[in-house]
Design a protein around this ligand. Structure first.
Ligand code: ZN
Length: 286
């Protein structure tokens, strides 16, 4: 018998293959002057010898688009016209705090979300390989819902916009009904930087739910979410990436990490927030 030539990670590789079409890179393009005014109002820079440097840094930061990972989910209500992408709210930067959560209208004034899918990225890389100098193309989106305390942001884009750029399917990732038991294997595929799609890692569940305040002594943005602790690697732009079980169901959404563990918005918070958004959408508008 020939010796085995592969580690037994068939399930992880299957999960990876079945989720990449649903993972997107989210680019939040700021309206620099409005964003600067907003941040100066919400988080005033204190007077002092470092005030000028801090302001200069803030001015520079407000010019730069920010990136995070998102993934396609089932529409809250039947919506054949749009694609819905879930990601993290903290990618917006310091635009809300515990006392003043930001609403959808204000976010859409401060930022224009743009989305690129894996197929579009592969097509772009293919063109580059043939020495064709083209720019990455993104699909424009709008913010549909935000829950600052739960660190969740929902972006929608019209299917027509997507179809103009990509005709491939983007299957919504289902949300799991149960969180995996401690030490269960899990997978995360994220897009931490526009040039790094398909960043794949595996790890194990450490703890299903920690209180935010137990993990962090400071909480200027006012998060009140439970966080699931997972032995998995992550970095800044991976925020918003889905934590997947062996059935390729979402069991959490990456909030952050401490270098040893990563912390995911708990499945309970995820399901609760999506249910609330669904109810809000059902309300008739006059
Ligand atoms: Zn696509």
């Amino acid at each position: 018998m020939a010796p085995p030539d592969n580690f037994s990670n068939a399930l992880e590789r299957w999960a990876y293959r079945n989720c990449v079409s649903s993972i997107v890179c989210v680019e939040l393009r700021p309206e620099p002057n409005l964003l600067l005014d907003w941040q100066n109002h919400l988080f005033p820079i204190p007077d002092g010898p470092e005030a000028d440097d801090q302001l200069a840094q803030r001015v520079a930061d407000c010019l730069v688009p920010v990136h995070c990972t998102g993934f396609v989910i089932e529409p809250l209500l039947q919506d054949p016209l749009h694609i819905h992408v879930l990601t993290c709210a903290h990618a917006l930067g310091p635009v809300f705090n515990a006392e003043q959560p930001i609403d959808v209208d204000d976010i859409n004034i401060l930022y224009q979300p743009h989305i690129i899918c894996d197929h579009m990225e592969q097509a772009y890389l293919n063109e580059l390989q043939h020495n064709n100098q083209i720019a990455r193309e993104y699909v424009i989106g709008t913010v549909l819902a935000i829950d600052c305390a739960s660190d969740l942001l929902l972006i929608q884009s019209t299917r027509v916009h997507f179809m103009l750029r990509c005709g491939m399917p983007h299957p919504p990732l289902p949300i799991a009904s149960q969180f995996p038991k401690p030490l269960s294997k899990v997978v995360m595929v994220s897009w931490p930087h526009p040039t790094r799609n398909r960043t794949a890692v595996t790890g194990e569940i450490s703890h299903p739910g920690r209180q935010f305040d137990e993990l962090s002594p400071v909480n200027p943005l006012g998060f009140r979410t439970m966080l699931s602790e997972v032995q998995i690697r992550s970095e800044q732009g991976s925020s918003g990436g889905p934590l997947l079980n062996g059935q390729v169901q979402v069991t959490g959404l990456l909030h952050g990490g401490n270098g040893s563990f990563s912390f995911f918005i708990s499945l309970h918070n995820l399901r609760q927030t999506l249910a609330e958004w669904g109810k809000a959408q059902e309300r008739p508008t006059f």
